[in-house]
Design a protein around this ligand. Sequence first.
Ligand SMILES: [Cu+2]
Length: 184
Amino acid sequence: MNTAIRRMQGLWIALAVVLAMGVAGTTVASAAPDARVSGLTAKQKKAKKKELGKCHRKRSTKQRRNCTKKVKEKYRRLAMKHDGNTGAGKTYPVDVMDDYFTPDQLQLKINDWIVWDWRYSTSREGHNVNMRPPFPNGVIATDIQSSVMSGPDGHFKRQFTKPGTYDLFCTLHLGMTMTVQVSK
Ligand SMILES: [Cu+2]
């Protein structure tokens, strides 16, 4: 095994530890927006895997490394791209756990996004994201209504374009709630 690969493995272990610590930590009121959420469709994931496979068949270590880097960057950008985005806004990741959301309180500005990620949800019955009244002005129930999903590939993205308080919950689990406050 060459040193580059060994170093990469070290990095992945460090990353896994950091992520695990984040999950174990208590719910924070304001999660920083970051780029670790993956919003790839199943089709895009398949394409990424295929392209990475091609990279592995390159002759030199340098070629393999450059190729892998390029593919990962391409799909990282794709994952962060939103459909129907009507303004930049930040993206806030929320993990759907068994049986809670983390963070379960967020303060957003208009046009910010939330991406819910089911990667840590292992329960067979799954979870969803729904909204209970009263809704902010101009918002209807179906604006935030996900299907029931389970990990590790479930994602749900929504942009918040109206100010107000959003009471969100999972219809399957009593007390699995989160509150989003959107200000101008
Ligand atoms: Cu649930």
